[in-house]
Design a protein around this ligand. Structure first.
Ligand SMILES: CC(C)(COP(=O)(O)OP(=O)(O)OC[C@H]1O[C@@H](n2cnc3c(N)ncnc32)[C@H](O)[C@@H]1OP(=O)(O)O)[C@@H](O)C(=O)NCCC(=O)NCCS
Length: 218
């Protein structure tokens, strides 16, 4: 069984608030951290659109994050989740992007800009061109392909435009919906880890599956 603690891109734990189950390094990842340029063209497939969060999204994020399911399966969000959590989190995005440490996208309805969910890239390691992706979708918007569409769009951006060589994501055992999303977005399961550490719950170990998608087919 592979331990993430031996993995160069997962050596400590961090809180992201994005839906990514990550084990981080204070987001101070590597010597050369380029600015994470926004997408050249709007990231949309005509159904969903990925755009930066703004403070106008605070109420929608707060509302969506009342769902205990998001808390249960990501383990990275504050609980209980208050409006200031959303505001503080969104306020970090631009600086983190400029520092090359994290890229967050609001997943919205392409037709009316309604917030559907969140897709975030964290734990960038610019030496080996990798990052971890995470996501959540508001409970009322699930099971109609939103997460899969968002992950496909975001993955293309990260691998093709940002030039990463590999993306990873992690799912807690039992999160069948997220496993399906990973599979539908062509991620491959590479390890099952029984003692994964998560910063927000430091006294516990978690059973997870680790997935990856490479820029080039395996
Ligand atoms: C995981 C999550 C993002 C999926 O979002 P979504 O927009 O509903 O995802 P999609 O519609 O693209 O795909 C969901 C798939 O899971 C399937 N699914 C959902 N619940 C399921 C269940 N209990 N058993 C089996 N399959 C299930 C759906 O049928 C669908 O698969 P299909 O297209 O083959 O039918 C959403 O459930 C969520 O936000 N959960 C809480 C937070 C979370 O788990 N984040 C990910 C952390 S790794």
């Amino acid at each position: 069984m592979t331990s993430l603690l031996q993995d160069p891109i997962h050596s400590n734990d961090a809180v992201t608030g994005t839906g990514a189950i990550v084990s981080g390094r204070d987001n101070a990842i590597s010597p050369a951290m380029p600015l994470i340029d926004p997408p050249v063209k709007p990231l949309t497939d005509g159904v969903v659109l990925l755009r930066p969060f703004t403070l106008d999204d605070v109420a929608s994020v707060t509302n969506a994050c009342q769902d205990p399911g998001i808390h249960r399966w990501t383990l990275t969000l504050p609980w209980p989740y208050r409006e200031h959590h959303a505001r503080d989190w969104i306020a970090t995005h631009e600086e983190n992007r400029a520092q090359g440490t994290s890229g967050q996208f609001a997943v919205v309805d392409a037709a009316d800009d309604r917030l559907l969910g969140s897709l975030g890239f964290d734990q960038f390691d610019w030496e080996i061109s990798t990052a971890i992706v995470g996501y959540w979708v508001a409970a009322s918007e699930r099971n109609r392909g939103v997460a899969t569409r968002a992950l496909l769009l975001g993955t293309s951006w990260a691998l093709e435009e940002l030039g990463l060589s590999e993306l990873q994501l992690m799912t807690l055992i039992g999160n069948i919906a997220s496993e399906r999303v990973a599979q539908k977005a062509a991620f491959v399961m590479i390890a099952e880890i029984t003692d994964h550490r998560i910063a927000t719950v430091p006294d516990q170990r978690f059973h997870i599956k680790k997935w990856k998608r490479s820029a080039r087919p395996a």
